[in-house]
Each structure stands twice: as C-alpha cells, then as structure tokens.
Design a protein around this ligand. Structure first.
Ligand SMILES: Cc1cc2nc3c(=O)[nH]c(=O)nc-3n(C[C@H](O)[C@H](O)[C@H](O)COP(=O)(O)OP(=O)(O)OC[C@H]3O[C@@H](n4cnc5c(N)ncnc54)[C@H](O)[C@@H]3O)c2cc1C
Length: 301
C-alpha cells in the first residue's frame, strides 16, 4: 500500500504516476472539497479517504487526521507535493510513521518490500540512491491534473483536526502560473535595483513569449513577485527549453531548480558570477543596457 496526500487541489498527476509504478495499491487521502475528492477518485488511484468539507478550517488543521490515516494504512511510501499545506501534511504523516522525509526526488522504485529512492543532495549538485525497508515519505512536484481513469470508492471519514480557524482572507491579485510546463522562462535576480525595474524583465519575457520567474530573495524578503515564481531547491524546479537568468548570481540553491533547462542564457555584470559557468550563452554586462537591447531586437518585425 502506498499513500498520496492531496491538499486542496487535484493537481497531483506526478504523485499518482509515481505511486502507480510501485508495488501495492494506492490510497489517496484528500483534504479539501468534495469536488477535489471526486476528481482524485477518477485519476487512477485505488481508494480515496476524504475528511469532509474543510469549511473555515485551514488545510494544515487536518494534520492529525492525515497522521491517523497514515498510521492505519501503514504505507510503504507516502507521496506529497511541494505546496505549503502539502508539505505540512506530508511532514505529519512522516512523523506519525517515524519515516524519513526526502525532497528533490528523481526516481522511486520498489521491489519485494524494498524501496529505492534517487534524490538530489547538496543543493542538487549530486544525486544519491538509497534503499528503504521501512516506510519513507517523499516530496515530489505535483504536476497537473491526471487524466480521467477508473472510479475509486470514496470513504468519508470524520477528521481529527487542530483547533485552527481562518478568520480573514485577503486576496492578492496574482496570476497562477505553471512554470514547470512553460517552454521558456526568464528569471530575475537581485541584479535589479528596484521593483519597478521588473518591467524590463517582463518586456523581455513578453518578447520571448516566456514566463517570468525569479530567485528566492525577490519572492521571499523583497516580495516583488509571488512565492510560486521562485526557482530553486526550495522553490520550483523547471526543465524548459530556454532559461534566461538576468542579474542572477547562480548560487547552488537557485541552480538546483533550473539546471535541467535545455539551454541556459545568463546576463550578469560580474564575469566571475557562478551562473556564467553553467550557461550555454553568457552575456557579461549591465542588464539595464543589454536587456532592453535584446528585447528591442526580438520585437523587430
Ligand atoms: C537553505 C537555503 C535555501 C535556498 N533556496 C533557494 C532557492 O530555492 N532559490 C533561490 O533562488 N535561492 C535560494 N536560496 C538563496 C541563495 O543562496 C541565493 O542567496 C540567491 O539565489 C541569490 O539570489 P540572486 O542571484 O537574485 O542575488 P545575488 O546573489 O545578490 O546576485 C545578484 C547578481 O546580480 C548581478 N548584477 C548586479 N547588478 C547587475 C547589473 N546591473 N547587470 C547585470 N547583473 C547584475 C551580480 O553580479 C550578482 O551576480 C537559498 C538559501 C538557503 C540558505
């Protein structure tokens, strides 16, 4: 038996596919609406446990319920996504099972009660393969919504929840972005001097028909872009055809999320910036001169 954790969204196709490759049935534990539970039931899993409508309880409040379900199911592998609530619930399941939790998972296989996991270490500069004979919790990119397949039974179970309640919701105008699916991505870094200067990078992204992304400091700390836009070991991992890093130094933690790009172009004023060594095309110079010139050239009819 393997368990996948679903928190608020049915975009877990990678978890379903990963679980399907392992020995044993797949149980999906769903925290979220009935509609999400019903969609998961038709995604190729064998059974769904649903904890009822969350109402004003945050998804994280269901940590004890997920822990209980994991303890009862005794899964060999627990899979969860990278979004904040998914991480909390995966952690709760791992703690309940006393299972190690691994991130940056590249491959999982199982055979005769042993699970082999290949995952990135040291910020993604190396990969290691480990064997587990007990339960293991793995964080995997959720991916999109799985194609319709089968109709698993849904068991509604009363949930033990933490005493938490959402008392106010402030909606920020952000457009959801699926960076993992974008063929071209432009990443902005701290080489930008001011938030308004993001418009230079946005113009380049528009000219390239690319999605806009960034390094962690721009999303956490400066808050110039939403957190789902940052790339790296603790952010999104992408493998686009083209990644253009602008004013990005190329620290290990950032490169871990972009290294799988087919072609990397880096624009940096420091000839010693680590990103230049990783790039297929390196442009050394001031982004405030280079980027508008490249954008203008791309916009030529
Ligand atoms: C546990 C942990 C996890 C982390 N996870 C992540 C992660 O997932 N993703 C991530 O991105 N970071 C992560 N970080 C942070 C990471 O270590 C770096 O600090 C961060 O990536 C640096 O961001 P940056 O390249 O934008 O900024 P900087 O390192 O400050 O680089 C700015 C670059 O801009 C260049 N520059 C300056 N002016 C110009 C100009 N006018 N024209 C052209 N170039 C210019 C500079 O030469 C420099 O190379 C993590 C750190 C830790 C400790």
């Amino acid at each position: 038996m393997n368990l996948i954790i679903v928190a608020g969204t049915a975009s877990v196709a990678n978890l379903v596919t990963t679980a399907a490759q392992l020995d044993g049935e797949t149980l999906a534990v769903v925290v979220g609406s009935r509609a999400v539970a019903e969609r998961i039931a038709t995604s190729g899993v064998d059974k769904v446990i649903w904890f009822g409508e969350p109402g004003d309880r945050p998804l994280e409040a269901f940590a004890p319920a997920v822990a209980q379900a994991a303890t009862a199911a005794r899964p060999q592998v627990v899979l969860g996504g990278r979004r904040p609530a998914e991480r909390v619930l995966l952690g709760a399941a791992a703690a309940a099972l006393r299972a190690p939790a691994l991130i940056d998972v590249k491959e999982v296989t199982s055979q005769a009660g042993t699970v082999m996991v290949t995952h990135g270490v040291n910020g993604g500069i190396a990969v290691t393969t480990r064997e587990f004979s007990g339960p293991v919790a793995l964080m995997v990119d959720g991916g999109g919504v799985a194609p319709v397949q089968g109709a698993a039974p849904i068991e509604e179970t009363p949930a033990a929840t933490l005493p938490m309640q959402v008392t106010a919701v402030q909606v920020t105008a952000v457009t959801e972005v699926d960076l993992a699916a974008a063929p071209r991505v432009v990443g902005a870094g701290r080489g930008l001097r001011a938030r308004e200067d993001l418009s230079i990078i946005e113009a380049l992204a528009a000219a390239l028909e690319a999605e806009l992304a960034c390094t962690r400091p721009l999303a956490e700390g400066l808050d110039w872009l939403p957190r789902d836009r940052y790339l790296g070991v603790s952010g999104q991992h992408i493998a686009p055809r083209l990644y253009v890093a602008v004013g990005v130094s190329g620290q290990l933690q950032h490169l871990a999320g972009v290294r799988s790009a087919e072609t990397i172009v880096a624009i940096n004023s420091d000839p010693k910036a680590p990103v230049l060594a990783e790039a297929d095309y390196a442009l050394v110079g001031d982004l405030y001169e280079l980027v508008p010139a490249i954008t203008a050239a791309l916009e030529q009819p």
